[in-house]
Design a protein around this ligand. Sequence first.
Ligand SMILES: Cc1cc2nc3c(=O)[nH]c(=O)nc-3n(C[C@H](O)[C@H](O)[C@H](O)COP(=O)(O)O)c2cc1C
Length: 201
Amino acid sequence: MIESKKMANKKMIDKQSWKPGNVLAPVPAVLVSCGGNKKWKQNLITIAWAGSICSNPPMLSISIRPERHSYDIISSTREFVVNVTTEKQLKAVDWCGMVSGRDVNKFKRTKLTPAKALKVDCPIVLECPVNIECRVRKIIKLGTHNMFLAEVIAVQVSSNLIDIRDKFRLDKSNLLAFGLGEYFKMGPRIGKFGFSVRKRK
Ligand SMILES: Cc1cc2nc3c(=O)[nH]c(=O)nc-3n(C[C@H](O)[C@H](O)[C@H](O)COP(=O)(O)O)c2cc1C
């Protein structure tokens, strides 16, 4: 009896084989700011292929197609800022991923505010709650995209999202998520790192 029920469950989780592709989701859709010196005007590019890759030194990667304007800027300056986005920036996030900085001034058109970074020579996006300043260490050719491996050299976080215990309230920041060509809201917090092995007091 138990055996047949198990079989029934297995049948309910039927699988289809898809061709290999980028189905890892959700991921953040970030605004990467770059440029802003004598040679390069400041620019914004929407990036979904971004992620943390090392704890110490803190490092992250972004993957960009070589034909993008931002690719030229970042390969030349070797600096950029990852600006974590919220629901409020949804339209700007999508739009900055549709037009090129070769043709438009994306800061002006989105009315997002470029502000001074702490350590890099390109602007942060003031409205974004987390700004991660990065210096490129290595560029890896992959295929359609090349990957910039970068060290995080400074971080700014909006004070209104830090609670009295100095904790950044991700649950209150309305961050934007992206997956399979669609944007999503984040849900409520449902656990804490290591909770599954923690003993009850
Ligand atoms: C949600 C979203 C995610 C994107 N992710 C990437 C990405 O990871 N890498 C990339 O090269 N382009 C990505 N793009 C496309 C670029 O943002 C887009 O081509 C942009 O217009 C390039 O701007 P630029 O020419 O000013 O650099 C994405 C676009 C959107 C809307």
